[in-house]
Structures are given as structure tokens and as C-alpha cells.
Design a binder for this molecule. Structure first.
Ligand code: BYC
Length: 345
């Protein structure tokens, strides 16, 4: 049930979205549309919701955008765990604002995915039934206050690295949503770094140890956020050809490592990787092997917190049913009142 197995909507469990069968006449009629679409992609133009697009392009976007939206919403849970335990009023206000931002990102992204003809209810059903994926990173526990800083620094840092290129994604509603998301993620990353710097410069030895422990636990899962190695990434090639992804998983991961190592030095923490070192010839950092067995285990629903996270989302959905019912009843009453007034006029 908690497998996170691939499912865009209305599918059969197959990872490759299937286009409906087309007759030869349909294909002939679509040829000029396909040509126009291809030319727009080649020219680096944006595709708008009203434009014709191939079914596979549409499904790939629904898959990625809905997964992204789910990640934002599920991503609120590990941090929500610490709102009532933030050490100061300032830190509590910052954390509250950050978690609220994530709710907003989720809503913007669901709205962007809805422009592709999939309803929010369908997307949430896929999440709640365990069919849809969300980022592996949120299936790890948050054990100490330092985890809040490290999530901001590393997790939001990885998210920005991944998402800035998405501001130029070929699908315009997604690209537009990402511009605002990235601005807010940048504040999230900086607040995390600043919280850690405060602990590392003014903290007690126990607090410094807590920061290092959090870095040790989150480093490798953060690298996994970028997805499987390029050679094992079934979607990358097509997504890059369509301009959905602008950079490959490995290229983004490398950029993240290179940027983060410098920041770790400023903080005074080390990464839990004895193989991490500067490679003069390649002008980038070498780093150790990622545990892909762990990655696929977490993606497959067997991470430390998969059941807890999904359980929390399903519970919130069930407990909110009366609010949705009341809102629907209210809008029906309003519509009936307007209709009665129109008949009377
Ligand atoms: N976790 O062919 P690939 C945030 C799946 S939240 C789980 O490379 P693709 C934040 C992948 O879906 C930020 N699954 O796929 C919130 C695919 O499975 P299916 C989240 C993963 O799509 C709160 C299969 O593995 N960011 O910022 O080309 C607090 C093969 O992968 C993961 C986004 O969602 C993973 N890590 O590339 C703090 C960004 N990686 O669907 C922060 C948007 C891969 O074929 N998404 N899979 O069955 C993307 O950029 C891309 O979807 C990915 C994967 C790079 C993640």
C-alpha cells in the first residue's frame, strides 16, 4: 500500500504513461500540430496550457509536477514536528513562515498540474493510496532542533539547485510557479544556514555536536534527492529533449556538492564522506558512492518514516472531510440563491 509506485492518473501500474490508441486519421490530423510543438520546443519557446501537446509530454508533466506538489505538502510534516519545540520566539516565527510557504508551494503546484487536465482530487487520491511518489528525503526522521537548520541548508539547498533550472521549463505554468517557489526557497536555505552558524559560533560543545550529527544523517539522503544516476534514470533523456529538465540528475548533484563543501567549511562541519575531495583536473569534487539500495528502498515505501508520513496525510484528509462538505454545501446554497434571484428578476 505504501509503495510510492509510479502512477500518473488513470494508469495501469506501468511506469511508462500510455497514450490512448490513435487511428491513422487522428495521427494524420495531428502531424502539423506535432510539428508546431516540436518547432516550439526546438526554439526554446514556452508551451501554454491551451496549446496542443503530445499525450506523453502531458503525462510526464503531471507526473513530475504532482510529485513535486506532494513533496511540498509531505515536506511540511518533518518540520511541523518542531514548531512547538522551537528554542526561541524568533525561530518559531521563522519555522512557521517556512512551513506555510511550503503549503503555498504545494497549492501553486497542484494548480499548475490541474492546467493539464488532472483534478486535485485525482492527484491526492494517487498520493493517499500510495501510488504517487514524493521526494525520498521526507521519509527520514527529524531527531533534533539542528535538523531544522540542516533541512533548510541542505534539503532546501538541494531543492533550489534542482528547481532554478525548472524556472525555464518548457511548460509555462510550471515555469511561472517555480519563479516564486525559488525565491522563497532561497530564504529557506539562508535561514537554515544562519541557524546552524549561530549554533556553531555561539553554541555549547553539545550543540555543535548536535549540528554535526544532523549533517551526518542528512548528507547522503540530500544527495539522493536529485534522483538516480543518469545511466539509471529512465525519464531524463526524454524530459531533457522536451526542455522539462534542463540539467541531468548527476550534473545537478555535482553542482550541489561543489557549492555545499565551501559552505560546510564556513560552518565548521564535515561531510560524512572520506572520499570527498577536490579534483584539480576536473575542477570539481569527487565524492563517495551513494547507497542506491537505500534510495530505492525508501522510494519503494520502506524508508524509516514512509508509513508515518502517508498516515498523517490520510488522517488530515479524512478529518478535513467535513470542511470540504460544508464549503460545497455553502456554494450550492449560494448558487441556488443566485438562480432564484435571476428567475425573480
Ligand atoms: N524521491 O527517471 P528519474 C522541497 C523517481 S520538495 C522519490 O530520474 P525524473 C521542500 C522518479 O519519480 C522538492 N522518487 O525521474 C519541501 C522516477 O519514478 P517514476 C521536491 C524519486 O522525474 C519541504 C524514478 O525515480 N522537488 O523543495 O526525470 C521542505 C526514476 O527517476 C526521486 C521536486 O520534486 C526522489 N528523490 O527526475 C523542504 C523537483 N528521484 O515517476 C524542501 C521536481 C527520482 O518514473 N522533480 N525518483 O515512477 C524533479 O526534478 C524530478 O522529478 C526528479 C526525478 C529529479 C526528482
Amino acid at each position: 500500500m505504501y509503495t510510492q509506485a509510479m502512477d500518473t492518473i488513470g494508469k495501469d501500474g506501468n511506469a511508462e504513461p500510455k497514450a490512448p490508441l490513435r487511428s491513422a486519421d487522428d495521427l494524420l490530423a495531428e502531424a502539423p500540430l506535432q510539428q508546431r510543438f516540436d518547432a516550439a520546443i526546438d526554439a526554446g519557446d514556452f508551451i501554454e496550457a491551451k496549446d496542443w501537446m503530445p499525450e506523453h509530454y502531458r503525462k510526464t508533466l503531471v507526473r513530475q509536477i504532482s510529485q513535486h506538489a506532494h513533496s511540498e505538502i509531505v515536506g511540511m510534516l518533518p518540520e511541523g514536528n518542531w514548531i512547538s519545540r522551537a528554542p526561541t520566539l524568533k525561530r518559531k516565527a521563522i519555522l512557521l513562515a517556512k512551513v506555510q510557504d511550503e503549503a503555498g508551494h504545494g497549492l501553486d503546484l497542484y494548480a499548475a498540474a490541474e492546467t493539464l487536465g488532472t483534478s486535485r482530487d485525482q492527484m491526492l487520491e494517487a498520493l493517499h493510496s500510495g501510488k504517487a511518489k514524493y521526494s525520498s528525503i521526507f521519509n527520514y526522521p527529524t531527531l533534533s532542533w539542528a535538523d531544522m537548520g540542516v533541512i533548510g541548508w541542505l534539503v532546501d539547498g538541494a531543492a533550489i539547485m534542482n528547481q532554478v533550472p525548472l524556472c525555464r521549463c518548457s511548460y509555462a505554468p510550471y515555469a511561472r510557479a517555480m519563479i516564486r517557489v525559488c525565491r522563497e526557497e532561497s530564504f529557506h536555505q539562508r535561514q537554515g544556514f544562519e541557524a546552524l552558524l549561530t549554533m556553531m559560533t555561539h553554541g555549547t560543545p553539545a550543540q555543535k555536536e548536535m549540528v554535526q550529527d544532523a549533517v551526518n544523517r542528512w548528507w547522503w539522503p540530500s544527495l539522493m534527492m536529485f534522483g538516480p544516476a543518469d545511466a539509471d534514470s529512465p525519464n531524463s533523456e526524454q524530459s531533457m529533449r522536451w526542455g522539462i529538465k534542463r540539467l541531468s540528475n548527476d550534473a545537478l548533484r555535482q553542482k550541489f556538492v561543489d557549492a555545499t563543501v565551501e559552505q560546510a567549511r564556513t560552518l565548521g562541519v564535515t561531510m560524512p564522506d572520506p572520499d570527498l575531495k577536490w579534483n584539480e583536473e576536473c575542477q570539481q569534487h569527487d565524492f563517495g558512492a551513494i547507497d542506491w539500495a537505500e534510495f530505492w528502498q525508501v522510494v519503494g515505501g520502506e524508508g524509516p518514516c514512509n508509513r508515518e508520513r502517508l498516515g498523517a496525510r490520510v488522517k488530515a484528509w479524512d478529518e478535513g472531510a467535513w470542511v470540504r462538505d460544508a464549503a460545497l454545501a455553502h456554494s450550492r446554497k449560494q448558487a441556488a440563491r443566485v438562480a432564484t434571484a435571476q428567475v425573480a428578476a
